[in-house]
Design a protein around this ligand. Structure first.
Ligand code: XUL
Length: 534
């Protein structure tokens, strides 16, 4: 049945690297409106490529903050022209690319407080930023600052124990340190530092919005267990940071109502709530409705793994973030560089370029591949930092130079999924009764690949479309934010969302075969890693 024309709506925005997107859902979680602004093509005056400026050093990557502001003007104007009824919006939330930072100039909060609805935000906020080009997640120019932070925290592992990750160049704390060192004047004229997510929330709120625990975990500054800024990290990073960052808040908090600017310019209701914005990956976890025990595997150019974890064990690889939908829990993110491109290379070399032949090889070879196992790191892998192709047969003592094409095909797929599971478990992931593996991305349409995934994880595999998961997750979070304080669980609010499709269930022998293989994989990986270092 169609929803009434005055029934409530919930908005989710996503300030991602290349575009600003929005979805509107009704109370039954149906998507009723979608819109987007592409930065490169629709805002060419900012001269970005892929939404960013790549600097001559090859390491520095920034985005103009006023481009994001202007994109919001443009998006809301497009929605207005499409006849979108802003008055029906009961709550809004959003997400932003993680790690990027925005520097508000002294006096900007007063400007935000008194926005004139006859002008657009781009005109009003011209002088509100002390840094016009913001460091973003693609930046890798802060290696020195990373080393310094790790030294101050007592080493890489100690920093990971506190903040959920060892020091990473793109993480905000290291970017802030670099900015303060290289541009002390700009830093001095800054009254507030936001993440992209909390910056976007600030625009809607007409006031500085808090950084939420989940996106705050991508800064190397937040203690993920106490959910407060780590004093050691703040002190090591830059002066006055507790004042400049403001206190972090739970990801489900209502920050206040939308500012009068949006009421008067676009016709929002005065009672429309702004729910804390978060990072795009945490918002995707909400969009996928990932639950305890679930693991999401995105099979793309590189493979990304998202996890819900209850008891984190931060390690030297991967990231642990506070969970965006349940405050006692955590999520983890792992990135594997050798994903689809490696599978395709092996398909080309061993299956004449045919996915049918590749799939037949997976069907015709036994679980466990008769003891053959391989590591296929065509390019330097992130998790673990090793390179090269390394094949082992039943006899672990030495590597073998080649195997039959069919064995090679099963070895690459089993090897990749064993690695996903070994590394997920190292961060605290455990398979529990009811565990689901949610597969997404290009290779998630190949049933035989998904069967191996199901067998290696000994859990059913479901497929899910992730294309708008950050936006959708933000809209779900807006809806949940209204009732979260009274203790209503996120999953009760999103019960009606479309269910993922079951595509594979594990073979009865899977547990026995792969529990042994997992141990062997971990042992051999240590060896490969040592060999890569020497
Ligand atoms: C996560 C990361 C990216 C950005 C992209 O750590 O750097 O996924 O969030 O938007």
């Amino acid at each position: 049945m169609a929803a009434a024309l005055d029934s409530p709506l919930y908005l989710g925005f996503d300030f991602s690297t290349q575009q600003l997107k929005v979805v509107a859902i009704d109370a039954d979680l149906n998507v009723v409106h979608q819109n987007a602004v592409q930065f490169d093509s629709e805002l060419p005056e900012f001269r970005t490529r892929g939404g960013v400026h790549l600097h001559a050093d090859g390491l520095t990557v920034t985005s103009p903050v006023l481009m994001w502001v202007k994109a919001l003007d443009l998006l809301l104007d497009k929605m207005k022209r499409a006849g979108f009824d802003f008055f029906r919006v009961r709550a809004l939330s959003g997400s932003g690319q993680q790690h990027g930072s925005v520097y508000w100039r002294t006096g900007a909060s007063e400007t935000l407080n008194r926005l004139d609805p006859d002008q657009n935000l781009y005109q009003l906020l011209q002088d509100s930023f002390s840094v016009s080009d913001c460091p973003v997640w693609m930046d890798s120019s802060s290696s020195q600052q990373c080393q310094d932070l790790q030294a101050a925290a007592g080493g890489a592992l100690r920093l990971a124990e506190i903040t959920g990750s060892r020091a990473y160049e793109r993480f905000t704390g290291n970017q802030i340190t670099k900015l303060q060192q290289n541009r002390p004047e700009a830093y001095q004229h800054t009254e507030r530092i936001s993440l992209v997510s909390s910056f976007a929330a600030s625009l809607f709120l007409g006031d500085y919005a808090a950084i939420d625990y989940s996106d705050g975990s991508g800064m190397n500054l937040l203690d993920i267990r106490t959910r407060n800024w780590s004093e050691i990290c703040l002190r090591a990073a830059a002066p006055h940071l507790d004042r400049l960052l403001g206190a972090p808040l739970p990801s489900t908090s209502v920050l206040g109502n939308v500012s009068s600017y949006f009421v008067r310019r676009y016709g929002f209701s005065e009672s429309c709530s702004v729910v804390t914005f978060t990072g795009d990956n945490p918002a995707s976890l909400a969009g996928m409705r990932l639950q305890q025990g679930d693991i999401a595997v995105s099979l793309g150019t590189s493979d990304t793994v998202f996890l819900w974890i209850q008891q984190p064990r931060p390690a030297l690889e991967g990231h642990v973030f506070c969970n965006p939908v349940e405050w006692q829990a955590y999520m983890a993110l792992l990135c594997f560089k050798n994903g689809s491109l490696t599978r395709e290379r092996v398909r080309n070399e061993c299956a004449g370029g045919s996915w049918e032949v590749f799939s037949a090889a997976l069907r015709d070879t036994p679980l466990g591949n008769n003891g053959n196992m391989g590591f296929y790191f065509d390019t330097m892998e992130i998790t673990p930092p090793a390179v090269g192709v390394h094949r082992f047969d039943r006899d672990d003592t030495k590597q073998v130079s080649s195997v039959s094409p069919q064995v090679e095909i099963r070895a690459v797929v089993e090897g990749q999924f064993l690695s996903r599971r070994v590394h997920a478990e190292r961060l605290g992931y455990s398979i529990i009764p009811g565990t689901r593996v949610l597969a997404t991305g290009g290779a998630s349409s190949n049933k035989e690949i998904l069967q191996v995934l199901s067998d290696v994880f000994n859990a059913p595999v479901f497929t899910i479309d992730l294309s708008d998961s950050a936006c959708l997750g933000s809209a779900y979070r807006a809806l949940h934010g209204l009732v979260a304080e009274s203790g209503v669980c996120f999953f009760d609010v999103v019960k009606k969302a479309p269910e993922p499709q079951l595509v594979a269930t594990p073979h009865p022998a899977a547990e026995e075969v792969y529990s042994q293989m997992l141990k062997r994989y971990a042992r051999l990986e240590d060896r490969v890693l040592q060999e890569s270092r020497t």
